[in-house]
Write a protein of this length. Structure first.
Lengths: 613, 636
């Protein structure tokens, strides 16, 4: 019964933050808030299940009794009719309820999925790079992955636990004349069986890392073969056989692993068989002696013998029900810990940045390093970006350019020092309001499978200003492309969700991102290497467009193409997290430092007098 | 696109039973090939599982009979002992079979995916790359993962059919007595002895047996009706509930553009499985009612069985013990028949999905495979020529390459330049025979490349594609593109590609895993480093042609300059083709080819091309060079 529990739950020896009752209350609250029918249907299920169990218990003994005692035929008819009618109605109702339970439960689970998604999309950016936060998030998610995940399966656990408990009590009262020793035998054999199988079935859990490693080894070659990204290389370099070997060796490992596991698991079957033998042996002995010594009828024998079976299943059900509930509660606890995880950034409680004519950004002695690392990415930096200034940041890979920009945007908080917007520490703002001040194009972006217009406006179509979208598309150089699409602004981007969607090329996507930044029309502009995938003419065109876009605004521009920075007022050359050089293009060249050197390297091939290698 | 899954509503299914069986036999053959021995064992297991319950039914009937009758001590003891021992024996043998079956079927689901992977592996790139091929595969996957339809379903159907048939046979044997044992003629109700009575009862039971699963199937068919809606719902869920929320590259935009409300809105549009959706309304109404009927009817069945059996027993045809036996047997019969009916219905519903699977598996490779070998030439004299080559992507409206003729001179360094979409990359794909020309031909040493063995032809090229990729295996294996390699040569290639310093810093040298998919000690390489490894891989292959597609895009100026300055060393005596946006890199090539709109609009040395002031090359060059020219004024 015990399925492989989710990883990590057991590894941490510390107690879960929320108890079983608290987690049950949490689920009840969610259901109460989102879909009350879930609760009513659970109650109905419990009642119907109990009724039909009781009916079934008495069905054949009662009828057999009538036959055995030779009761009048009318009475026999009536008994059969009453039982059949009741069972038929109950079964009909059960099927009806079963058909209907799914929807409410999925609604509640979806509600929780949305809670997790909201937390994930809105949590402090720095969290998204922290391994332990990502792990918490994954664990929270694994609680909502399917109908059998804790946030949905818990309803079944609760109802069946209730049914088992109530039936057990009812049996006890109704069959009070059965020897308590007999019940004790049932309880003992069930409990022993339960703990043996719990321990044995834990084998899979104890060896889960090994299992998932084998799984990865078999999954990887398949993932690679399916992927577009690898298709050309696989064929050109003839790598198929290599991947096949990896898969097949994984297959052999898996088989050997399963053999080991099954050899262990068979112990549960053996214990179960032996215990069942003992329990039934005792039950036969006890009931047959009752029958022979005290004149119990055959039908009563049948009733009691089924009752022993009933007790066995109730007790087994209660034990495994509690175990399941315990495991699901651990999962729910992980989920709630994630939802309640404290945010390092200020959101709702923060102030709204004051509207101003123009904005000045300032770094005050800012250092930044990633958690658990030794080295500063940004090291004691002071920098003022004046209102309306266009600032370029250049440097080699790894110099800290992107980190610096993320600090300015409030995606990271400095490890030391402050970032100020018009002299106010940005940490005091509601971070979402702060983000609203930026139009940004980063190297990585999120294009959604929604309509083209919505990708530009980033709000639903009904709230989109269509005129403005066209204006922005025009400025970004996409008008012609959009006009050529059959559905124009309503064309879906991407083909995953809407199969009539279109795929944009790298260059078109970059233009779309530009149009989006234009639509947002924010006072601060941040551009992080947005032209890497473009050809020279398109690149040149984009430079001009950026130049146009940044008129009158404060803008920060990153590139390792030094040429592209010439439209900026000031250039910073970063090296090892420090500002190495600073000035205009001309002054930096005149200085003859690092910038001049880099520029020389890049421009060498463009100048006529350059020697050809 | 006409690829939508056919409606699986019963009645609209166009398959005849012969086809349905043929398709399932093929599914059986496929999976049997991937998991040898599994099906025979499953058959044994199913027979064992279906037959053994009757032993219990029969024994307990004997015991009840004995208890309600003679109550002979000897007999009772024997029966009890027999019950207990047979139960333990049955359980142990069953468990052994189960465990063994688990072993044999452990790779079943993985292989259920692997069979498509094997198909893909053998696919020509042009077929693999077609959107339609991808759509087919994703439909197969969606059907398989979300509702379990497809080839993988065969294992359950196989077990169900065998066990249903065996159960029916066993039940028939055990319940023969119910109809043959006669009520003594002097008793009332002796008319129940007549064959007519038996036939009526059997007919009634059969009716109910078929009716109950039919009702449930009718109820479930509403799910199938909503198949497309549900598939769409699942796609919405996967994208807006998963990709849009969790993919790493979205993290910045989610915040800077406050994307969650829109994600949430689209997510909420998917009501397939939740309250308020079409399905939930149907569940309350017509669908729920059919299911209720499907649940109710089997109970009526039980009632009729009880009635018939009890009346006969009451009238003295047989004892109380036989009552339990007959009721058990008839219920099992009902279960067997209804499971058989259900499985057959399931196979029928699966047929359209199987058809999709086979359509995919039977997609023919479009490219002609020749048989000539490319002779191993010590002098590496491989001469390739494009002769009037025109190419159009499938379903495209315009040609991507138009009438291109070009001859590669051996040992030459050729640069290919042009704007995005000008045909550069297509040109390379044709050269590598990832696609075949729509018109015209490509010749190797004067013979059409289609006449060579595909693998042989591939071997004369080393390529670094713009979107190259490395595998999460050890560095050395990546360079060699295989499990075994010549370590000295791998080192040498990495050295040449500018990776030498970094190699020295690798914790386990060539055995260091790239990325962390397999080993926590794996190394995350940057884009620039990856590019160098890919270059080393191309060098290791040591093919007469080396093709580099934007090999320095991810490099910073210093690293880029380093590659440029070593270019001659790197390339050696190979024929080299170099594609780049950075025109600066063309200057060390012997010849430059300029693509525009799918044709070659210029060919010559840098100086020759630049001198044509109206030429494309001139335009491209100055778009970039203006920024580097100290004399020129700032633009904008």
């Amino acid at each position: 019964m015990s399925k492989t529990p989710k990883p990590k739950e057991k590894e941490k020896k510390d107690k879960p933050k929320y108890s079983i009752p608290s987690n049950v209350r949490f689920m009840l609250r969610c259901a109460w808030k989102k879909e009350k029918t879930v609760l009513w249907l659970c109650l109905v299920t419990v009642v119907l299940d109990i009724a039909s169990h009781l009916c079934n218990l008495w069905l054949s003994p009662t009828i057999l009794g009538k036959v055995e005692s030779g009761a009048p035929l009318k009475e026999l008819f009536l008994t059969i009719a009453v039982f059949t009618g009741t069972l038929a109605v109950l079964a009909g109702l059960q099927s009806y309820v079963d058909t209907n339970t799914l929807f409410g439960r999925v609604s509640v689970r979806t509600y929780i999925i949305n809670l997790i998604a909201e937390k994930t999309c809105n949590t402090s950016y720095s969290n998204t790079e922290k391994a332990d936060f990502i792990e918490k998030c994954n664990n929270a998610n694994s609680q909502t992955g399917s109908n059998s995940a804790s946030t949905e399966a818990v309803w079944n656990t609760l109802t069946s636990l209730a049914v088992n408990l109530i039936c057990f009590c009812i049996y006890l009262t109704l069959l009070s004349d059965i020897d308590p020793m007999m019940i004790a035998v049932v309880i003992v054999t069930c409990t022993v069986n339960f703990f043996v199988s719990k321990h044995v079935n834990g084998w899979g859990y104890r060896h889960r890392d090994e299992r998932s490693e084998i799984g990865r080894q078999m999954d990887y070659p398949m993932k690679i073969t399916e992927s577009d990204k690898f298709a050309k290389d696989l064929r050109m370099f003839g790598m198929a056989g290599w991947l096949e070997d990896v898969y097949q060796s994984g297959e052999r490992l898996l088989r050997a692993f399963v053999v080991r596991g099954e050899k262990v698991y068979i112990l549960t079957n053996l214990t179960d068989a032996v215990l069942t033998f003992a329990r039934n042996g005792i039950a036969y002995f006890y009931l047959i002696s009752l029958t022979l010594d005290e004149g119990l009828s055959a039908s009563q024998f049948l009733l009691y013998f089924s009752a022993v079976g009933g007790f066995t299943s109730w007790i087994g059900g209660i034990l495994s029900g509690f175990l399941t509930l315990h495991q699901q509660s651990l999962g729910l606890s992980v989920l709630r810990e994630f939802l309640d995880d404290e945010e390092p950034f200020t959101f709702a409680g923060g102030s709204v940045p004051e509207k101003a004519e123009s904005y000045e950004l300032k770094l005050e002695n800012v250092s930044f390093r990633y958690p658990n690392t030794e080295k500063d990415i940004i090291h004691h930096m002071n920098l003022t970006i004046r209102p309306g200034e266009k600032l370029a940041i250049v440097g080699l890979n790894g110099a800290g350019k992107t980190t610096l920009v993320k600090l300015l945007c409030g995606l990271y908080d400095p490890t030391e020092g402050r970032v100020l917007l018009n002299s106010q520490d940005i940490r005091t703002f509601d971070r979402r309001e702060y983000y609203a001040l930026f139009s940004s194009v980063f190297q990585e972006f999120s294009v959604l499978d929604v309509t083209l217009a919505e990708n530009v406006s980033q709000v639903l179509y009904e709230n989109t200003d269509e005129e403005k979208v066209w204006r922005c598309l025009e400025k970004a150089g996409l008008t012609e492309k959009v006009r050529s699409l059959p559905d124009g602004l309503h064309t879906h981007i991407g083909r995953y969700v809407y199969q009539d969607g279109i795929m944009l090329s790298g260059g078109e996507t970059q233009r779309l991102m530009l149009a989006r930044a234009l639509y947002k029309d924010a006072p601060l502009i941040v551009l992080d290497e947005p032209t890497a995938a473009l050809d020279p003419i398109a690149e040149n065109d984009m430079y001009l467009k950026y130049n146009e876009m940044t008129v009158g605004r404060t803008a920060v521009y990153i590139s390792h193409r030094l040429a592209s920075t010439r439209f900026c007022d000031r250039i910073l050359l970063l090296e090892d997290g420090k500002i190495k050089e600073e000035g205009t293009h001309d002054s930096l060249l005149a200085m003859g430092g690092r910038y001049a050197e880099l520029f020389e390297v890049q421009s060498r091939y463009y100048r006529e007098e350059a020697p050809i290698v | 696109m006409s690829l939508k899954i056919k409606k699986t509503k019963t009645g609209e299914n166009k398959f005849i039973w012969k086809q349905i069986f043929q398709m399932h036999i093929r599914a059986f053959r496929i999976m049997n090939g991937y998991c040898p021995g599994m099906f025979p064992l499953m058959a044994v297991r199913a027979v064992w599982g279906a037959l053994t319950p009757y032993i219990g039914i029969w024994l307990s009937a004997q015991l009840i009979g004995e208890l309600s009758g003679a109550r002979r001590m000897e007999e009772i003891r024997e029966l009890v002992l027999l019950s207990l021992c047979s139960a333990i024996g049955i359980a142990v043998v069953g468990a052994l079979l189960d465990r063994w079956q688990n072993v044999l079927s452990s790779t079943y689901w993985l292989n259920g995916r692997k069979l498509y992977i094997d198909k893909m592996r053998g696919m020509d790139y042009s077929l693999f790359d077609e959107q339609e091929t991808k759509d087919r595969y994703s439909q197969i996957n969606q059907a398989q993962n979300w509702s379990g339809w497809g080839i993988g379903r065969i294992n359950g159907q196989f077990t169900n059919i065998i066990s249903a048939v065996i159960r029916i046979l066993g039940a028939v044997v055990l319940s023969v007595g119910l109809f043959t044992q006669k009520i003594p003629a002097d008793y009332p109700y002796a008319f129940l002895n007549s064959p007519l009575a038996a036939v009526t009862v059997i007919a009634l039971l059969l009716l109910l047996t078929f009716l109950a699963p039919a009702c449930s199937a009718k109820g479930s068919s509403y799910w199938a009706q909503s198949g497309e809606e549900a598939t769409f719902g699942n796609r919405v869920f996967t994208f807006f509930g998963w990709s849009a929320v969790y993919e790493r590259h979205r993290k910045v935009d989610q915040r800077m553009y406050a994307q969650f409300p829109m994600i949430r809105y689209y997510m909420d549009q998917n009501k397939s499985f939740i309250c308020g959706g079409r399905m939930s309304k149907m569940a309350k109404g017509v669908m729920g009612r059919w299911h209720a009927l499907g649940g109710l009817l089997p109970q009526l069945f039980t009632g009729i069985v009880y009635l018939f059996v009890c009346v006969k027993a009451w009238a003295g045809a047989f004892g109380v013990g036989d009552v339990t036996q007959y009721i058990g047997a008839i219920s099992a019969l009902c279960g067997g028949v209804s499971s058989l009916v259900q499985t057959l219905g399931d196979m029928r519903n699966n047929a359209p999905y199987l058809e999709k699977c086979y359509e995919y598996l039977d997609l023919p490779n479009p490219m002609y495979q020749g048989s000539l070998t490319t002779e191993k030439r010590a002098d590496r004299k491989y001469e390739v020529e494009f002769r009037n080559v025109t190419f159009r992507y499938p379903n495209a409206k315009t040609d991507s390459l138009k009438n291109v003729s070009v001859k590669f001179r051996i040992g030459e360094r050729l640069a290919v330049v042009g704007q995005n979409g000008s045909g550069k990359t297509t040109f390379i794909k044709l050269l590598c025979r990832l696609y075949d020309p729509t018109e015209g031909e490509i010749l190797l040493n004067g013979i059409d490349i289609r006449k060579y063995k595909y693998d042989d032809y591939m071997k004369i090229f080393s390529v670094v594609f713009q979107d190259f990729s490395l595998l999460s295996f050890p560095l050395g294996e990546n360079v060699a593109a295989g499990k075994t390699y010549d370590a000295a040569r791998v080192r040498d290639c990495l050295e040449k590609a500018g990776f030498g310093e970094r190699l020295a810093a690798m914790p386990a040298g060539l055995d260091t895993y790239l990325y962390k998919d397999f080993k926590d000690t794996g190394v995350e390489v940057s884009g620039g480093e990856a590019q160098k490894i890919a270059l080393a891989r191309a060098l290791y292959r040591d093919a007469p042609f080396i093709i580099l597609d934007e090999p320095t895009a991810a490099l910073d100026p210093i690293a880029e300059a380093e590659i440029y300055s070593h270019f001659n060393d790197i390339v050696g005596d190979k024929t080299a083709i170099y594609i780049s946006h950075r025109l600066s890199s063309c200057r060390f090539c012997d010849e430059i080819m300029v693509f525009d709109g799918g044709t070659i609009v210029g060919q010559g040395t840098h100086e020759e091309l630049l001198s044509d002031e109206n030429g494309k090359y001139h335009e491209l060059w100055f778009a970039q060079a203006q920024y580097y020219d100290k004399e020129e004024e700032k633009v904008g």
